[in-house]
Design a protein around this ligand. Structure first.
Ligand code: SF4
Ligand code: SF4
Length: 165
């Protein structure tokens, strides 16, 4: 099963708690919050592509998919050639200037191994970030919307009126 972090743009309030949590976990933030003039904001991290261009160009197979579908880097194999950074359509892999090897989001592999959520997901106060399989995330959101509609319906008969139309 391939799991990812799903981003609900409407919920992001640009508080940057995700960036701070990521920096505390990895020394440098691997997720970025982009803010736009119309006051919308978007948190963005590695998409862990199904057919990841970064993996395809790596000459030493330093990038691979783990059991959850996360694209993870083997620091012992990486030779810092920068090819993955060039191939990524989002420019995600960044060079670690100190160690001269690449650094990228691994969906907090060490936390997942302990059954925890990625740090950014745990830190988000508005649930703008959700981690899981796409079907589970969609079902959870759908279930919440249906529950809210039902609550309104129970109080106002609006849902019933809507359903029998
Ligand atoms: S680093 Fe870029 S190309 Fe590789 S999986 Fe992440 S988003 Fe895709
Ligand atoms: S920088 Fe490292 S991970 Fe990226 S393509 Fe080169 S060897 Fe592979």
């Amino acid at each position: 099963m391939s799991k990812k972090i799903f981003i609900d743009f409407k919920r992001c309030i640009a508080c940057k708690a995700c960036e701070v949590a990521c920096e505390m976990e990895h020394g440098e933030a691997r997720i970025r919050v982009f803010e736009f003039p119309d006051l919308t904001s978007v948190a963005f991290n590695c998409r862990h592509c199904e057919k990841a261009p970064c993996m395809e160009v790596c000459p030493v197979n330093a990038l691979s998919k783990d059991d959850d579908g996360a694209v993870v880097l083997d620091p012992l194999k990486c030779i810092g050639c920068l090819m993955c950074g060039l191939a990524c359509p989002f420019g995600i892999p960044k060079i670690d200037e100190y160690n001269k090897i690449m650094d990228k989001c691994d969906l907090c592999a060490h936390r997942r191994a302990e059954g925890k959520l990625p740090a950014c997901v745990s830190a988000c106060p508005t649930e703008a970030l959700k981690y899981g399989d796409i079907n589970d995330v969609l079902w959870a959101r759908e279930g919440k919307i249906v529950a809210e509609l039902k609550d309104i319906g129970d109080r106002t008969n609006v849902l019933e009126a809507y359903l029998i139309r």
